[in-house]
Design a protein around this ligand. Structure first.
Ligand code: SF4
Ligand code: SF4
Length: 370
């Protein structure tokens, strides 16, 4: 193994760690094909192009994993599309497990493939199942067009519980399901869930066409606090999935942490890369809809060179954030908001006018002078 490939820290003048010599975390979309077409899916139009994407074969997976091993990647998230539609998912899991890489999978639970689920259990994969309501009509309306989606995901969860395979329920909160959270919790606990991940809907992909369904960041944070109390009564753990989770009490963010620049804030150019079915590399799912954000291809390019020299990644690393962030007490943790949300709202990732709103999600908080 080439020693130079080991992730190393570089230090800024203030002796805080600002970047790693290689990414440590990969988000991989093995397919964009899906059995659903969720109202809030961040893939959006890529979904309809799903069949046009070349997906990796076993040989590609071998090369892909060899590259990751060389980079010393230790976390690998499998998303989609629906990953259970990918014909080589078992092979991918074998290879990742063999190389001691921590795996997470997000599934919509419509494909009860017992062979894959048994591997998930055996390899201790962190499995997230996307259930959005205990009311079949609401869940099915949100994940359209699959009318049997709710029934299928219930069969899927029942099987997980039957074989004692741990899982988390991943729920996107929106206007349609936010008012029934107590009954929802009772339902998932009765199904054997131990962990609920409450996801803030990202204003990208399909959600851009369904903005009326979204909730504000303030609403999300208040709902999370309420849900946390209800969940505690039922011994259900709950995690936020939101860039702004530092606004929540009891979250483990430490100010003056020398690793803050790496661990907190947007992960682009610091810890992770997003890889599409054909190996194309993008900074984040917010940017996969435009070719101009294509960084390179994991199977064709030297990823180490891309990581160090990509003008796209350097643009993120060196972006100018709002002056408002400089005065904000959370700046060390947040580091200027989500550049993806900013790009979709304002058309750029940088605050050229230094007084502008850093990120549309933060606008209410900016008024309160954090
Ligand atoms: S652009 Fe936003 S969603 Fe993407 S990694 Fe950065 S903070 Fe997270
Ligand atoms: S003002 Fe800036 S640093 Fe503070 S929360 Fe908003 S985006 Fe984040």
């Amino acid at each position: 193994m080439d020693k130079n490939w080991h992730p190393q820290f570089s230090f800024s003048r203030k002796n805080t760690i600002t970047t790693l010599s290689a990414p440590i975390y990969i988000k991989f979309y093995p397919t964009f094909r899906c059995t659903n077409n969720c109202i809030f899916c961040f893939i959006g139009e890529r979904f309809t192009q799903g069949n046009q994407y070349t997906e990796m074969d076993k040989e590609d997976i071998d090369r892909f994993i060899n590259i990751l091993v060389k980079l010393k990647i230790f976390r690998f998230s499998i998303l989609g599309g629906e990953p259970f539609l990918y014909p080589h998912l078992d092979y991918l899991l074998f290879k990742l497990h063999k190389n001691n890489i921590y795996i997470t999978i997000a599934t919509n639970g419509t494909m009860l493939d017992t062979k894959i689920i048994n591997l998930v259990k055996k390899f201790n994969v962190n499995l997230g199942v996307s259930l959005h309501s205990h009311i079949s009509q609401i869940h099915n309306e949100l994940v359209r067009p699959n009318r049997n989606a709710w029934q299928k995901i219930n069969e899927f969860i029942d099987y997980l519980t039957k074989i004692n395979c741990s899982f988390r329920v991943a729920t996107v909160v929106c206007e349609k399901n936010k008012d029934q959270i107590e009954d929802f919790i009772k339902f998932i606990v009765s199904k054997g869930a131990k962990l609920l991940e409450l996801i803030y809907p990202l204003p990208t992909g399909n959600m851009r066409k369904n903005k009326n369904l979204g909730i504000s960041l303030k609403e999300y944070l208040n709902l999370f606090k309420k849900t946390e109390k209800i969940a505690a009564k039922h011994n259900l753990k709950i995690h936020p999935d939101c860039h702004y989770s530092f606004f929540l009490p009891n979250k483990t963010f430490t100010f003056n942490n020398p690793l803050a620049k790496i661990l907190y804030g947007c992960s682009i150019g610091k810890t992770k890369l997003d890889i599409l079915p054909n190996g194309d590399i993008y900074p984040c799912s917010f940017f996969i809809h435009e070719k101009k954000w294509l960084i390179g291809n994991i199977l064709k390019d030297d990823v180490k060179v891309l990581w160090e020299k990509s003008p796209i990644l350097n643009k993120f690393r060196n972006r100018t954030v709002s002056l408002k962030c400089g005065k904000c007490k959370f700046s060390e943790i947040c580091q200027g908001g989500c550049p993806g949300a900013r790009y979709l709202e304002f058309g750029n990732i940088e605050c050229k006018n230094k007084n502008s709103i850093p990120d549309p999600n933060c606008k209410d908080f900016c008024k309160e002078k954090l």
